[in-house]
Design a binder for this molecule. Sequence first.
Ligand code: ADP
Length: 268
Amino acid sequence: ALEVGRDLGGAVLRAQLMEREHRLVQQLRELDGYRSRMVATVSHELRNPLTAIVGHLEMLEGHPEVGGNAVASLSAMESAAQRLTRLADDLLMLARVTAASEADPADRPPLAPVDLLAVVTEIVELLAPENARRRQQVQVEVGPGSTVVLGDRDQLDHLVSNLVGNATKYTPDGGTIRVHLAGPTSDARPSEVVLAVVDDGIGISEADQRLLFTEFFRSEDTRARQQRGTGLGLSIVRSVVRRHGATIEVESAVGSGSTFRVRFPAPA
Ligand code: ADP
């Protein structure tokens, strides 16, 4: 009888603990949702006044009565305001994607078939002027198999644009960037669509590779520091990867370039 009593006590305690854990998880989820909504609202509200500030500064810079030192000050203010705009945009995007991937499945916007090749082609075209300015070669290579995944087009645009944009930023003038796409093939990887962005740029140390996907992380490398950035790009990438049930891996060595590889589940 004693044994039974003790056992029962253990079971009740376990049930109570599980119930408490469940409530805590629920509360954390709610807090996280609140945080995402708050960040999204604040960054959205920041955008309009910032756009007005940039517009007026541009107008003043070209004003005939403004000259000398004032022009330099105005242009410094304008680039600071533009940096803030980028930060607000990145925060908004991150909050949106995070909210979408953490919402109840029923509340998530549905995923639809998206051809990754179309996304890559669009983004490579958008970045072409910057790559031309830096005399960088961009090669798009497509392996066998369909490159269609189930996804959110807007989010996938951001994913590809952040990865190819980083490859552009962190590769010196004259470098080469390869974007490789391969669909599911019957032999090698029957269930994956793989996107790889390969650069021959400055590379990432092993210690930094562990921190890359953390919000606001930027490498201490002075060459990396010369490039503008918010340190949110790869956090957005990580959220998009999660939302799509994909995985991401990095291979890199300082001085010899980086490869970011995203593996999407192939549509059934
Ligand atoms: P941002 O580019 O705005 O700084 P990201 O989150 O996109 O932010 O990247 C974080 C950091 O990771 C960058 O600051 C840079 O130090 C490093 N990084 C990202 N992509 C590359 C790359 N292709 N080559 C070298 N370093 C990179």
